[in-house]
Ligand binder design. Structure first.
Ligand code: FAQ
Length: 317
């Protein structure tokens, strides 16, 4: 028996092959849709949960200027979550269902946000390393094969670059300050370095989704390629700042043309991803409470929308 490829599947393959975009109304394989919903939802959840470690410092920022900057940054993360939930909706996902999946632990968010922000230096280091890693991972996603995701990433990356610079500028200021401030920056760097490397996901040989996501051009580089790019980019920044990255094996390898670095603690990564990191419970409890306390806002917005729609219908009649 011969099997023929349906024309819509051929169109899909050709679109991917030519580096063009798949749009919401195009036919797509069910697994492509499922993979995208998984990645985009996890990304959206990360932006929303990612507001918590820094949000914790808004009321304790050391000056009005720093408070205004931090407020704006945390608000940007909320915006990123909203663009991404909208992108997931174009794939047929239901936003309320995605939130329910996050709160019940059925969908993941980035491991990085399960670590505590202990001092104000953490705010700077999150901007420098966490936003730095996010940019490295997300710039290639601006060329992702799914149109709404790729377009959302363009704006998100512009804002993330700004966040990275504000973090670096904050750290530069602290490094010009007192010995105690310099110690705070070093301590925060020590705590965030390894978790930042884990943001790129498991090593390629242990990454079940990479090969297929690359073939579909959802992902453009493997986890290890992007992790290496981040290390190469960050080492000179650490030198300029005057901090030491906490890895005795970190050194330039002229043969590879890259920095070598030490082994990541993948057992720790697995623990954090499976819900047993330092702050997993706190993050989800907080998110659940915010969702419950926001129920009246959602109800009021829905009632307002229904009233507006009824009024429009009346006028039309
Ligand atoms: N944490 O086969 P792979 C930000 C899961 S936004 C938790 O390699 P994939 C902005 C993965 O989902 C940060 N889980 O998977 C900000 C999969 O699980 P599943 C978020 C992780 O998808 C800054 C399993 O492990 N960014 O920082 C992690 O091909 C500052 C196997 O992994 C994005 O989401 C992890 N680190 O590659 C906000 C970017 N890594 O679902 C506030 C978009 C892997 O099969 C403040 N996402 N897993 O059960 C991606 O690029 C990809 O999804 C990867 C993972 C690279 C994260």
């Amino acid at each position: 028996m011969t099997t023929t490829t349906p024309p819509e599947a051929e169109h899909f393959d050709r679109t991917i092959e030519r580096d063009q975009r798949i749009e919401p109304r195009d036919w797509m394989p069910e697994d492509y849709r499922r993979t995208l919903v998984r990645q985009v939802a996890q990304h959206a959840h990360s932006e929303i949960i990612g507001m918590q470690p820094e949000g914790n410092w808004i009321t304790r920022a050391p000056s009005l200027r720093r408070k205004a900057i931090l407020l704006a940054k945390v608000q940007d993360e909320a915006g990123h979550g909203l663009y991404l939930y909208s992108a997931a909706e174009t794939l047929g996902a239901d936003r309320a269902d995605l939130t329910a999946r996050l709160i019940s632990g059925r969908q993941k968010y980035s491991s990085i946000f399960n670590y505590p922000a202990l001092t104000f230096a953490d705010v700077g280091v999150i901007g420098w390393l966490v936003d730095g890693a996010a940019i490295c991972n997300q710039v290639p996603l601006c060329r992702s094969s799914y149109g709404p995701y790729a377009r959302a990433m363009i704006r998100i990356c512009k804002e993330e670059s700004f966040h990275q610079r504000q973090g670096y500028e904050l750290l530069m200021t602290m490094m010009r300050g007192t010995d105690a401030q310099r110690r705070m920056v070093q301590d925060a760097t020590n705590r965030w370095w390894w978790p930042s490397l884990m943001m790129f996901g498991p090593p390629d040989h242990d990454s079940p989704n990479t090969a297929r996501s690359m073939a579909w051009k959802i992902k453009r580089h493997t986890n290890d390629e992007l992790r290496q790019r981040f290390v190469d980019m960050t080492v000179p920044q650490a030198e300029a700042l005057g901090v030491t990255l906490p890895d005795p094996e970190l050194r330039w390898n002229p043969e590879r043309g890259h920095y070598d670095f030490g082994e990541i603690d993948w057992a720790e990564f697995k623990q954090v991803v499976s819900g047993n990191g330092p702050c997993n419970e706190q993050r989800i409890t907080h998110r659940r409470r915010a969702h419950e306390e926001g129920a009246w806002v959602r109800e009021a917005a829905a009632a307002h929308a229904a009233k507006q729609a009824a009024r429009t219908r009346e006028v039309a009649a």
